[in-house]
Design a protein around this ligand. Structure first.
Ligand code: CP
Ligand code: NVA
Length: 298
């Protein structure tokens, strides 16, 4: 694996290798025998805010023996209009790998192509692959293989997080149900491209029935702030709460990629009663990304 740009471009075998490596690096934390990134410097280039992704990559790269520099995209010439492909060709001659959070998926792909160094998508408007790999790893750690299970996504079903879930569904053989207002459902073209067992409905109670995992994300993704009022209006009601959870399997997990907005996509009581899963999920970003870094280094 040279880059990690999307779940769409990842094979089931690559995902499984990431999961088994993550299990090992998680168990070895604090007593790593090998430091695969020793002597390397990695750049984190972020155009959007981040808590979990930034901290987990910075800590992970250091724990694997590497050095890391955080670059706010606005502080480098990229923010003043220097082309991605020039930035990539410069960085490629100096650093050993790049972790990029930005808007357009195309920008991450262009960076990977022109830098010729391992490049990781740390969230774009289209996908959030590190998040979904971590979510599936966390599910399997707690409830066993995800193949054959039912996952229900509630909320903005067309943003990066559900899109990465959509591409994972066919590859790993689970059923994905998206409960969202029609305007926030993924396009039929995308569903066709992804294949697998993915359905969309406006009826969230029906979508939750017999589900093994209820999952949600913010209603207003980064970059969509100007649509805030309209999104809140249309998405109101698409919430994980006790009523919805009562429809799911008794052993169902509740997950949230975070940050969480209580009273919007999840209510405070359900969030707190599932906080141990949700914060295990957040911690697992570190272990899964260390696995990715170990597998894609040059
Ligand atoms: N879930 C996630 O990616 O969190 P951050 O935006 O804080 O990195
Ligand atoms: N869909 C959210 C995910 C945050 C981790 C966003 O893009 O802001």
């Amino acid at each position: 694996m040279k880059n990690l740009l999307s779940i769409e471009q990842l094979s089931a075998a690559e995902m499984k290798e990431i999961f088994s490596t993550a299990t090992r690096v998680k168990a070895e934390r604090g007593c790593h025998v090998d430091q695969p990134l020793r002597g390397q410097t990695w750049a984190l280039i972020f155009s959007k805010s981040s808590t979990r992704t930034r901290v987990s990559f910075e800590v992970g790269i250091r724990e694997l023996g590497g050095d890391v520099m955080f670059l706010n995209a606005n502080d480098i010439q990229l923010g003043r209009g220097e082309p991605i492909k020039d930035t990539a060709r410069v960085m490629g001659r100096m650093v050993h790998g790049a972790v990029i959070r930005t808007f357009a998926q195309h920008d991450v792909e262009e960076f990977a192509e022109f830098s010729n160094i391992p490049t990781i998508n740390a969230l774009t408007d289209d996908e959030h692959p590190c998040q979904i790999l971590t979510d599936i790893f966390t599910f399997e750690e707690k409830n066993g293989p995800i193949a054959g299970k039912v996952v229900t996504f509630v909320g903005d079903g067309a943003c990066n997080v559900p899109v990465s879930w959509i591409f994972a569904a066919a590859k790993l053989g689970f059923e994905l149900r998206i409960a969202a207002p029609r305007a926030f459902q993924p396009s039929p073209e995308l569903l066709k491209r992804a294949g697998g067992s993915v359905s969309c409905t406006e009826n969230l109670m029906e979508a939750a029935a017999g589900s093994d995992l209820l999952y949600t994300d913010v209603w207003v993704s980064m970059g969509k702030e100007s649509e805030s009022a309209e999104r809140i209006k249309q998405l109101t009601g698409y919430q994980i709460n006790a009523l919805l959870l009562a429809k799911a399997n008794p052993s169902a997990l509740v997950m949230h990629c975070l940050p969480a907005y209580r009273g919007k996509e999840i209510d405070a009581e359900t969030f707190e009663s599932h906080a141990s899963t949700i914060f295990d999920q957040a911690e697992n970003r570190l272990h899964v990304q260390k696995a990715i870094l170990s597998l894609i280094r040059k």
